[in-house]
Write a protein that binds this ligand. Structure first.
Ligand code: TYC
Length: 103
């Protein structure tokens, strides 16, 4: 789109073909100590999953070692991972997460 500015005699070309941002996966890692209920709470509260999905993801991580909690832009993914680690440490749990490019 072109925006006219008659006072200055200028035109501004606005981009309308915005590129989609790169997306990042937040991965939950299994450990032997974090309670299952805490992981389910994390998936519900921080990753907006319903009870059934949170249970399924938690169990998949428990059985396979890791799993995707959610996919976000980089800043949001890193913020969520940091918030969860802070919460887990406050409760004395060793829960670990990583952030990696999606695809
Ligand atoms: N393995 C943990 C237990 O048996 C549960 C758990 C699931 C821990 C997922 C971390 O990301 C995790 N209590």
């Amino acid at each position: 789109m072109t925006r006219q500015n008659p006072q200055r005699g200028t035109q501004t070309l606005e981009r309308t073909d915005l590129a989609r941002p790169r997306m990042f996966r937040v991965l939950l890692l299994n450990d032997d100590y974090t309670p299952m209920d805490f992981v389910v709470m994390v998936l519900r509260r921080y990753f907006r999953q319903d009870e059934a999905q949170a249970q399924a993801v938690m169990l998949a991580v428990h059985q396979r070692g890791q799993g995707v909690a959610g996919v976000y832009t980089r800043e949001i993914a890193e913020t969520k991972a940091a918030q969860v680690v802070t919460h887990a440490r406050q409760e004395g749990h060793p829960l670990a997460l990583t952030v990696e490019p999606d695809g």
